[in-house]
Design a protein around this ligand. Structure first.
Ligand SMILES: [Zn+2]
Ligand SMILES: [Zn+2]
Length: 187
């Protein structure tokens, strides 16, 4: 594991900008630690990009939502240029064939979304643990951004790009890239 080692040397210009957007009702404070974490792990410039409402096809009050309309709304909101857009939502997301997803990415439209819903220990009846919750959220954010930057899933269970079947996988991998993934990113 190479936790906390930025992809770019300190002081190097970031090659892309991440725009961080909350989707649906989410306290703005929720984005601050993600901005910090993504900046630290990716060496990217991260700017706060405001709030989008839940997609029109996703009325408030459901227990779970398909992720695709979220990606479409984010893609439509993305500014032209090198920017990638990462949405953060508090609602639980799913995708065809899966019971739930922690996040989704569409490299073609350079848009990704993560859901915080299943990252809280409380979701599983465990005691509150803000530190662990934040670490999980940063890991999921870096994972989806890795997809936007062209990386697929990695077989190294310690690499941030390994696939999370469960939160135990997320907790095991942490936010760092393995060496081969880091090299691919550099190209
Ligand atoms: Zn993935
Ligand atoms: Zn890897």
């Amino acid at each position: 594991m190479f936790l906390g080692v930025p992809l770019l040397a300190p002081g190097a210009a970031a090659v892309f900008t991440v725009r961080l957007v909350s989707v649906g009702s989410l306290p703005p404070a929720m984005l601050g630690f993600l901005q910090e974490g993504v900046t630290r792990e990716l060496g990217a410039a991260v700017r706060m990009g405001g709030n989008l409402p839940l997609p029109a096809s996703c009325p408030e009050g459901r227990s779970q939502y398909p992720g695709a309309p979220f990606l479409a709304a984010l893609a439509a909101a993305r500014s032209p240029g090198d920017e990638v857009i990462l949405g953060v939502t508090g609602v639980d997301l799913t995708a065809p064939g899966l019971n739930f997803v922690f996040g989704l990415a569409d490299p073609r439209s350079r848009a990704a979304i993560i859901s915080l819903a299943r990252l809280y220990p409380e979701f599983y009846g465990q005691p509150r643990d803000p530190r662990r919750f934040k670490a999980r959220a940063v890991t999921e954010a870096v994972h989806e951004l890795g997809h936007l930057l062209g990386l697929g899933h990695c077989i190294d269970p310690a690499c941030v790009m390994s696939f999370s079947n469960s939160l135990a996988d997320t907790d095991m991998k942490g936010p760092g890239f393995c060496n081969p993934c880091r090299e691919k990113l550099g190209k």
